[in-house]
Design a protein around this ligand. Sequence first.
Ligand SMILES: [Zn+2]
Length: 210
Amino acid sequence: MNYIKRTDFYDIYIEPSRKTVVIRQKWKYNWVVGEEVSNWTYLEKKAWHQKADNVIWQQWGSKFTFWSLVEKALTSNEYLHRKEFNVEFDIQWVTTNQHWTVNVAKIGPYEEVVSRVNYTSKNIYLAHIDTERRIEADINQNTLKHEFGHAIGVPDEYGKKHGNSYNPYHVDDTKALMNIGNELRYRYLRGVKKEINTMIPGVSFASFLN
Ligand SMILES: [Zn+2]
């Protein structure tokens, strides 16, 4: 038996038989074209989605673990007691019922896109090159991987000089993904953990970074 929770930002699947938790986002694409580039072809769109899915699957996936604990009184859920769940992430290309509208701009070498997530309008803005790692000044990260963090509810951690938002707690952790680095941190699953702990009565989950 699988357990499913749909949130505004993603769906959570708990699959006890596979000992897996899947965080799945449905993306509806808006293919934007810059000034000096050709239109997106269908093959390019397909390849871009494939690449984005790979980045999220490989760079976010199989890095976190959830451990389940069952309250003693709830014997019906005992089969879930002290089980280790691998955490997977994936995106699905949809044309309706999306969590996010994802605007991917194909741009020329002199054009720029400010990659970002808008929670109010449920839009993600990306450049086609965001699937690659960006190394620039003191920034060294995969932009898509970073923006996906926002899409599951994690705020920026960098200091004021890098942008408008400011998180005083992790501003010095510059290797962290939601700062200017590329490394995942245990704290990035806090929001997901809160959701998953509402899914099965009597069962609570603790998350770890592998
Ligand atoms: Zn950010």
